[in-house]
Design a protein around this ligand. Sequence first.
Ligand code: CA
Length: 237
Amino acid sequence: MPGFNATLSRMKILVVEDEERVAHFIQKGLKEEGHAVDVSYDGEDGEFLAEVNDYDLILLDLMLPKKNGIAVCRELRASGDATPVLMLTARDSIEDKVRGLDAGADDYLAKPFAFEELLARVRALLRRQSESKSPVLKLLDLELDPISRRVSRTDKAIRLTTKEYALLEYLLRNQGKVLSRTLIGEHVWDMNFDPESNVIDVYVSHLRSKIDKGFEPPLLHTLRGQGYLLSDESPPA
Ligand code: CA
């Protein structure tokens, strides 16, 4: 479906898969789609990452060292975590499928699978997720529509790159909060992001020139030594 992918906003995805080759294959493909992807190689670590980070989707292998995918999924659901889970398994049995879905998984994919099929499932789950979120994100006259991916200020269309868009979406979802470089790096890039690099500053500066230049009041503020803030009120100097 041409152009279909463009209607999805960039998401943060956790892949829990002990076969490194498979994990890296999935990670690489999802990153090429513009998503931020973390990888974990066992059930305990995966569950820990899912608890401490805020993912839009979890790809969870069924057979994992330390704790299997069913147990991880069941415990996440028991703790009130509703993050969509796509269960992966080497065994294409009805029994496994039922166990996975009973444990709270949203969908199921048997290995080996074509990457296109994985992407189609991921898209369907992410679309379901983004539709359940408030459709248009706003701050004063700045608007971002996660479905159409359109950004505008005073109804003037603004063109953003994939990363600028992901950054703005994150800032808009957390407007009024001071966001550190580490936090921004983890959400918009991935957990291996080096917070010491100046990549975020560069992207913020590009984004600011697009959303603030020629408009009043300025919305994207820098707090020296703390991070960034998207707000219609200037922070105290
Ligand atoms: Ca496995």
